[in-house]
Design a binder for this molecule. Structure first.
Ligand SMILES: [Zn+2]
Length: 529
């Protein structure tokens, strides 16, 4: 969970509704009633919206669709890009960049930023778009991700830095993203008539601020939603060109794509195939085809060039791994949010999943806990809030005021269903600073009294972190170590704080094939507490 109420990921179409709290209320209320449907329906809604907006734009801007082609200097292709001039690209990029910063947060560590920027400059020194000022940022996200905005904005995530194993591999990603910019892939999509922020800017006066802000939030998704397969292939080709011009070894392109593929498989296994967080793989599928194609293409370049494995590992040493203080993180059955300074605990046998806009905990018997926060600018009392806002349309039972560790709160329950199973849903709203901390606790009907009691404890475990906890409870970090004479994959993996698949994780993050062993004296990444 990110630390502000409205900090939803800019990528995830469904979660992004910062300007639309009402919709969020509705969605979360339906979350526990029918846990696995809301994503689909929201996606449909968003699609319908897009289609509608598209026609609105076509009606208003027909005269601009004249004389619209130009030759792209990077690809040599004729492109239909009339609506976005380089100057417009800059202004769109600058505008979207603000949203990325607000919604994701950037890693501010100067050394790490200098490192990525220096690599990026090397890769983009000699592109066909010298007019573009390339800028490089690290987004504070554990998800493996990279993307670009028009105007030269290139982003890589902490998760991607942690997965890459050499300067050349990181350069391959920066080159690929630069390829989207020089290929003007966003502009191309945009000019084909898809709504973007720019259009919203032009039209804001005409259609009123509300319509404009809706268009803006739709627009920002479009840059980041998936490119076509042709555009991906083109970005791979251009990326290879740029990274080799920067002096890096071309084989790093297929090798990192292969790592991405392995990480994607591992994520799927770790999450039991439920990984629906937006990530690099959904826009950049690292298919066998892409690995094979870039391997063949890389053979056309001189097989020289540098990898700089150790320098890369040293540069990322100490970087936060996994969820950061800004996102909050789980340790055993506790959830901590050091930036907000709060914590709560779930029953022992529950698994916590920290998602961008909420924290979910599940057991394997059909119980579910959903935690999130919602602003309370109106200053509602908890009981009124549950009755008149949050659960307005629900027939509530046992609505009452309670006290949670000195904080005013209220609770109520009602019958519901999760995946066809009858459950009792208890909602709790705790008044916390200028907002509500909210629990939705779903317990199968007829559950044992002990389980009901255990889950109830979750509500009363909610409290502020102590000064000592804030000092001692830290996110994980990447640690670079040299393997000792007696070290094996097994001994190094055992130093990581993972109970599940530690060896597989170690192999994927160090790009080690199955059956291979560590070499004494060589550097490796581990995750450290
Ligand atoms: Zn791409």
């Amino acid at each position: 969970m990110t630390s502000t109420t409205v900090a939803f990921p800019v990528f995830c179409k469904d979660e992004k509704s910062s300007a639309n709290e009402k919709g969020l209320h509705k969605r979360l209320a339906s979350t526990v009633k029918n846990i696995n449907i809301s994503f689909i329906s929201n996606r449909m809604e968003s699609l319908m919206h897009k289609i509608k907006s598209f026609f609105t734009y076509m009606l208003i801007l027909p005269t601009l669709f004249v004389c619209a082609c130009s030759t792209n200097p990077a690809t040599g292709k004729r492109q239909f890009t009339a609506l976005m001039s380089p100057a417009q690209e800059n202004s769109v990029g600058a505008q979207e960049h603000q949203k990325i910063v607000q919604q994701y947060g950037l890693v501010t560590d100067k050394k790490l930023n200098d490192y990525v920027t220096a690599l990026g400059k090397r890769v983009t020194e000699d592109t066909e778009r010298p007019d573009v000022q390339y800028k490089f940022y690290i987004i504070d996200s554990p998800i493996v991700n990279a993307f670009a905005l028009p105007g030269g904005y290139i982003y890589v995530s902490r998760g991607l830095l942690a997965l890459s194993n050499s300067e050349a591999e990181l350069a391959s990603v920066l080159g690929h993203e630069a390829g989207h910019i020089t290929g003007r892939h966003s502009a191309e999509r945009y000019s084909r008539g898809v709504v973007t922020s720019l259009g919203a800017g032009i039209l804001s006066a005409a259609i009123g601020s509300q319509g404009a802000s809706q268009a803006i939030s739709l627009g920002s998704n479009l840059y980041l939603s998936s490119y076509s397969r042709d555009q991906e292939n083109e970005a791979d080709t251009l990326g290879l060109r740029y990274m080799t011009r920067g002096g890096f070894a071309p084989q790093a392109v297929p090798s990192f794509l292969y790592s991405l593929q392995r990480q994607s498989d591992l994520d799927a296994r770790l999450s039991g195939q439920q990984g629906n967080r937006y990530n690099y793989f959904s826009t950049h599928p690292a298919t066998d085809q892409r690995v094979a194609k870039t391997k063949a293409e890389s053979m056309q370049y001189p097989q020289t060039g540098i990898n700089n494995r150790d320098a890369h590992l040293k540069a990322i040493n100490g970087m936060t791994y996994g969820d950061s203080e800004r996102q909050g993180f789980a340790r055993d059955n506790n959830f901590y949010h050091p930036e907000l300074g709060l914590k709560f605990s779930v029953p022992q046998n529950f698994t916590i999943k920290n998602q961008p806009s909420q924290v979910i905990a599940l057991d394997n018997k059909g119980s579910l806990i959903v935690f999130d926060m919602m602003g309370n600018k109106e200053g509602y009392a908890p009981l009124d809030y549950i009755r008149s806002v949050w659960m307005k349309e629900t027939q509530l039972q046992n609505l009452e005021e309670i006290n949670v560790n000195g904080m005013k709160a209220a609770t109520a329950s009602f019958p519901g269903q999760i995946n066809g199973e009858n459950v009792v849903i208890r909602v709790v709203a705790i008044s916390w600073k200028d907002r509500f901390a909210r629990f939705q606790l779903a317990i199968p009907r007829g559950a044992k009294a002990a389980l009901v009691e255990d889950i109830k404890k979750t509500t009363y475990s909610f409290r502020n972190m102590s000064a000592n906890e804030k000092k001692t409870i830290k996110p994980y970090s990447v640690k670079i170590i040299a393997a000792g004479v007696n070290d094996t994959v097994k001994t190094l993996a055992a130093r990581m704080p993972f109970k599940e698949m530690a060896e597989e994780r170690f192999r994927v993050m160090n790009a080690m094939a199955k059956g291979t062993e560590v070499q004494s004296g060589a550097l490796y990444k581990i995750v450290s507490e």
